[in-house]
Design a binder for this molecule. Structure first.
Ligand code: ADP
Length: 178
């Protein structure tokens, strides 16, 4: 399924963020130290290999809302963009910090003149942000930023469960029109 806003196509699939070979960059739901761990960060570091952790060492720590970009090593992409989402109930204002992740990630992709980026649902796993409000922030932030993007043309949300996918579909229809 795909939605359009200005010159940007937004897609939404159920899948694994490490298996999106047709996008230039994937986004990591990182931890502050940019280390491996559970969830998305674990999957990305396992698939990328040890070179990724090595490059990350010099870039850490990052703060909530920040993003940094690295090579993708053994992943089938050009780059990994690492974002630190807010821990729900701790890092405030949570919605603003989460929006910063999406804005900063897209800004980095645009600076590298990339055309496509895939995002997981940042902060909605170990960091506890409820999925629906997090998805609303993600979709609205990307929509609002579209006029400022010069090279990014395609964004994909990659969700881990059918239920999350259904929620994103509903919100994309609601916010961007069916
Ligand atoms: P955070 O610490 O930012 O909450 P997590 O990695 O714990 O990040 O989870 C973020 C979201 O990504 C959750 O909804 C989780 O179900 C989902 N997820 C976990 N592994 C993957 C994966 N390999 N690909 C895509 N999404 C994933």
């Amino acid at each position: 399924m795909a939605w359009k806003t200005d010159g940007l196509t937004i897609g939404c699939v159920k899948g694994d963020i490490t298996q999106q070979g047709d996008v230039d960059a994937i986004v990591n739901a990182a931890n502050a130290q940019l280390r491996t761990g559970g969830g998305v960060a674990g999957a990305i570091h396992r698939a990328a290999g040890p070179g990724l952790a090595e490059e990350c060492r010099d870039l850490a720590p990052i703060k909530p809302g920040e993003a940094v970009i690295t090579a993708a090593y053994n992943l089938p992409n050009l780059y990994v963009i690492h974002c630190l989402g807010p821990v729900y109930g701790k890092d405030e204002p949570a919605a603003e910090l989460l929006a910063d992740c999406y804005r900063n990630a897209l800004r980095l992709a645009d600076e590298k003149e990339l055309t496509s980026v895939a995002f997981p649902a940042i902060s909605t796993g170990a960091f506890g942000y409820p999925l629906e409000p997090a998805a609303r922030v993600a979709v609205k932030t990307i929509r609002d930023m579209t006029p400022d993007l010069s090279s990014v043309r395609r964004v994909r949300f990659v969700l881990f469960s059918d239920k999350d996918c259904v929620t994103y579909h509903r919100l994309l229809d609601e916010i961007l029109g069916a």
